[in-house]
Design a binder for this molecule. Structure first.
Ligand code: AKB
Length: 319
């Protein structure tokens, strides 16, 4: 790779797990940790890093030029609950932030410089009124959330930039991603909270009904998918179109039963939060990822039990 890679939102859940893989593949000095308010810690702090406000296009452009960036993995975003609570921040960071990334890449491409990108979409694009099972990419999208609407606008902008300006930004629609570390203010994040509570010997009150099913995945599978999609030759995939990826789906009571295998005295109760429950109910139970499987060989490898073990052991180690 000629230029450097900028990862925006690199201190978030996906970034923390993706940066080490990128550095392993391309070298420490080639991967720049882009952060905003959360300062990089541990190994993330070791290599190049830059504070970046993605809502400020001039600042982003300056970094791209000065740091010789030729690929942006754009992960800076507010999650579903945070976006609902602060729609203006969601508009700035999620919608305008992506728009700025696309504009900067388009400008570079127009100047004859090769530049690509990755963007994280979500099952939040789906909305109420859809069939719940095995939902493919190509259905009518009617999310009610600020977050979901932003993801739909983002996917459409990426498709448009590809069609009209030849901008190659690849997109995955992620299910709930689960890994060690403090979970963000989302809807699927109850799962991480539950496992961490069990590891610390605490009771957990689930903010959803016990049978609320959502598609989920181990974060390590998710970042492997990003590496795989980004390494796929252009002619073999549909650039500008989002790909679903799936691993397994579960509901809180089923997760609690797996968690109890690690801590038999763990207890939960259920006190649904109105917003989280409505969001979760509007998302599919299961999604169809056959396009990703057929076109670039996607396959999940980490089971629910292994996902729980990873988060549980990390949380135990922190005590
Ligand atoms: C959230 O719940 O907000 C995220 C997501 C599925 O996009 N985890």
């Amino acid at each position: 790779m000629e230029g450097n890679i900028l990862v925006t939102g690199a201190t978030g859940a996906i970034g923390r797990n993706l940066v080490p893989l990128l550095r392993e593949k391309y070298g420490m000095d080639k991967v720049i940790v882009g952060y905003h308010s959360r300062i990089p810690q541990g190994s993330l702090a070791d290599g190049p890093k830059v504070q970046v406000n993605v809502a400020n296009k001039d600042e982003l452009y300056k970094i791209v030029i000065e740091q010789k960036v030729s690929s942006i993995y754009h992960l800076a975003a507010l999650l579903s609950v945070a976006a609902e609570q602060d729609p203006e921040a969601a508009e700035r960071v999620n919608t305008q932030g992506l728009r700025n990334v696309l504009d900067v890449i388009a400008e570079q491409v127009a100047n004859g410089n090769s530049m690509t990108g990755f963007w994280a979409s979500s099952i939040a694009v789906y909305g109420e009124g859809l069939p719940a099972e095995n939902v493919a990419e190509d259905v009518v999208l009617k999310p009610f959330t600020v977050y979901g609407k932003g993801k739909v606008i983002g996917e459409q902008a990426i498709a448009e930039f590809y069609k009209t300006k030849g901008v190659d930004v690849r997109v995955i629609r992620f299910p709930g991603l689960n890994g060690p570390g403090k979970p963000g203010p989302g809807t699927t994040e109850y799962a991480i909270e539950m496992i961490q509570a069990a590891a610390k010997g605490n009771h957990y009150t689930v903010p959803l009904k016990q049978d609320t099913i959502m598609p989920m995945m181990d974060i390590r599978d998710a970042v492997r998918a990003i590496m795989q999609l980004m390494a796929s030759p252009t002619g073999t995939i549909e650039v500008g179109k989002p790909y679903n990826i799936a691993a397994f789906s579960f509901f809180p009571e089923a997760l609690a039963n797996v968690v109890k295998k690690f801590n038999p005295s763990f207890t939960v109760d259920y006190k649904p939060d109105e917003l989280k429950q409505r969001i979760a109910d509007s998302w599919p139970n299961t999604i169809d990822d056959s396009r990703a499987r057929n076109q670039w060989g996607w396959k999940s490898t980490i089971s629910l039990k292994e996902m729980v073990r990873n988060i549980y052991e990390a949380a135990k180690g922190e005590q």
